[in-house]
Ligand binder design. Sequence first.
Ligand code: T46
Length: 139
Amino acid sequence: MERNLPKGCRLLALQVKGDQRGSLIPLERATGVPFDIARVYFIYGTQPGVSRGFHAHYRLRQVAVCVAGSCTMILDNGRDRTELHLDQPDHGIEIGPMIWHEMHDFSADCVVVVLADGPYDEGDYIRDRAEFVELAGIG
Ligand code: T46
């Protein structure tokens, strides 16, 4: 399932613990999360036609998992943009530092769970794309 993603980003195949009752996916270092999880947040109830993100982080590492519905994730290192359709709860997307990311095409039932390796810090966000491109050293 490896795709041509920007450096610092990866598709993670999450281990499904299934039995006759259904499926369960544990998320921790031992099952492939590439950092110690410091924070978890959910994105849901985003209206179709609304987009989110449009920023990069200086230091934060994250893994996003679309656990219900679907959306599109754009990963962009300032030069190359990769578009991923997220609709599988057993696929995680690692989003490294200095990756501009956007989310589009939310289905009404979309729920994205995001794991982060640090606390919420508005100072870690780069929300201006021109500044991001300059900092990424690509523009
Ligand atoms: C990211 C993408 C994938 C908090 O108070 N604590 C938190 O941990 C987070 C993530 C957000 N917030 C507040 C800040 C805003 O007032 O929640 C509000 C919505 O956050 P934001 O506009 O940043 O949401 P998105 O969907 O554009 O971005 C989020 C994350 O913020 C971001 O780190 O990588 O999802």
